[in-house]
Design a protein around this ligand. Sequence first.
Ligand SMILES: NC(=O)c1ccc[n+]([C@@H]2O[C@H](COP(=O)([O-])OP(=O)(O)OC[C@H]3O[C@@H](n4cnc5c(N)ncnc54)[C@H](O)[C@@H]3O)[C@@H](O)[C@H]2O)c1
Length: 449
Amino acid sequence: MSDTYLTLVNTGLTKKLAGRLGLPRPVPLLRHQPGQPLVAGPVLVLGSESSADDAKAVAAALGGWAVDVRRDVVPGETYAAVVLVLTEIAHPDELSAPVLAVGGMLRSLARHGRIVTLSRPATPDDAPAVAAARQAVDGMLRSLAKELRGGSTANGVVLASEVGAQAPSVLGALRFFLSTRSAFVDGQLLMVDSEAGTLPADWDAPLTGRVAVVTGAARGIGAAIADLLALDGAKVVVVDVPAAGEALAGVANRVRGTAVQLDITAPDAGERILEHTVGRHGRLDIVVHNAGILRDRLLANMTQERWDAVLAVNIAAQLRINEQLLTSGEFTQAPRIVSIASTSGIAGNRGQTNYGASKGGVIGMVRATAPLLTAYGGTANAVAPGFIETDMTAKIPFAPRELARRASSLSQGGLPIDVAEAVAFLASPAAGGIVGRVLRVCGQNLVGA
Ligand SMILES: NC(=O)c1ccc[n+]([C@@H]2O[C@H](COP(=O)([O-])OP(=O)(O)OC[C@H]3O[C@@H](n4cnc5c(N)ncnc54)[C@H](O)[C@@H]3O)[C@@H](O)[C@H]2O)c1
């Protein structure tokens, strides 16, 4: 599904006309290309005085990745990104100097620029002023993300109390947010829970040696995830219903992987996935629960069949498969579960009580599954897409589809690759310290939470 409006307001005469009429002009986002540098210009590292040590550590890590780092604004210079380090703030008063410094350089932020904060979560154990300062970062960042233009984004990495600024998942998340891999992630704060995880030897092939399964991979987001995990070095097993067998075989061939024709609601789906994957590829490391369906109706018109079908595919199947994997003894080498949720499971969506329940269920499931995997160095996390251009969303009637597409800070829908990038990051060794979390890929959807 293509976005005709986005094309029209960015080409030729219609671009001029849109400008004259003052129509919103979403900017085509830059996506990752293999071999691309991490950032296309200098990166400014700023911070509160109290966070100077962490700012220094972050600047050193960036320097180690051949990034051109600046610690002060140089007049006339344009920046690809700003990293704002606020990890040790203890009072909201400490925010004014560093935040206003960012305000002062915003006109020097390049198109497709990035702002990334590093902060800590507010907890009930904090002194009130500390909690206020920490929570203030959240509100400031989400508001700033709504002010940026030109395909730029603002996101935050939130470090749990014992986590240092150079922990693998802090650096992994920082890289993800700075790069074009996070083109459609905006206004999000991602928590790093622990120092677990490892930095890959090769950032372009972080999944080398790993074996991944992707469900619902015959088309759409699942096919994009399979493509990207393979590009990132994994051996990929693709799963979909027998009716999608031909398309599934096409994806399997493309990624040089293997296919399993399987309805994931089958009682032995997990066992069959394991048997195939371990039998053919010797191990199973990553499971991406992507298969999902919609059967929208207002609750007043909801039938038992529609409710049950959505819950069965979108959540009950995942629960059963996970249980079979976890009790098999074969899913123990830094395993990763990444489930596709939806912003409908967070903010809700009219006509989607069944879908919202199933996707809310996914979020609850990963939160409770993650602790069962930590003993093996494993994680479970969810990615919650907003509006993504696929066959699924092409079926939405024109008016609500156009509304859903534009109602985000980036004024456009995402592409399957945007979801795939977030999944690939959470499946990577560097994300080992991110445990039971939800990463939204929604362009900062303006509807709901
Ligand atoms: N497209 C969006 O905007 C969007 C937004 C939020 C969340 N999501 C979620 O992303 C995931 C992928 O969505 P999509 O837009 O690519 O959908 P899609 O309909 O294009 O693809 C879904 C795939 O899942 C497969 N599938 C369905 N039921 C299955 C079953 N029982 N067993 C095995 N495979 C099954 C389908 O055959 C299909 O190939 C879904 O979980 C969806 O809920 C999508």
